[in-house]
Design a protein around this ligand. Sequence first.
Ligand code: MN3
Length: 202
Amino acid sequence: MAFELPELPYAKDALEPHIDAQTMEIHHGKHHAGYTSKLNAAIEGTSLENESIEDILQNISQHSGTVRNNGGGYYNHDLFWKVMGPNGGGNPSGELADAINEAFGSFDNFKNEFSNAAATRFGSGWAWLIVGADGKLHVTSTPNQDNPLMDIAETKGTPILGLDVWEHAYYLKYQNRRPDYITAFFNVINWDEVASRYKVVK
Ligand code: MN3
């Protein structure tokens, strides 16, 4: 069974002005589509066709670099689209807000730590908010299309928020100004989605 490119949960221009429509169109329609089709080509005719993407990622050390890069790209972008939205931004509430305060001291401290992880990831990669094996929230980052579900990740856990800091995610609008893109991301985070993911994992 092949993996399918998920539809964007909103219009391509819905995140304007923070993330522009052209970037969304290319990022989803070309980049994410490319990871999906390359993942499918790499697993065709193998036992991985019957596994969930999470199971594949959790045993990624046993699979090829092609599966690692494209399986990560498939999963990471699916999460990325869903944790953003046109009515995003603001602050989390409820038990997610409590967990952020407990782990980082305050929402502002979390925001600084996450932004710093995104800004200092050298080259291409992702910044994450994860639920670790200890049940607590942590900020981490990974190179390329790796993610914290992978058994090879330095810091493992279940991601509930992710930010793509590959240049393809921001260069058309922000050029080399990655920090401006990171600031803009906080205006489109769908905290309800992040909170419901937290509820499932914790
Ligand atoms: Mn990307």
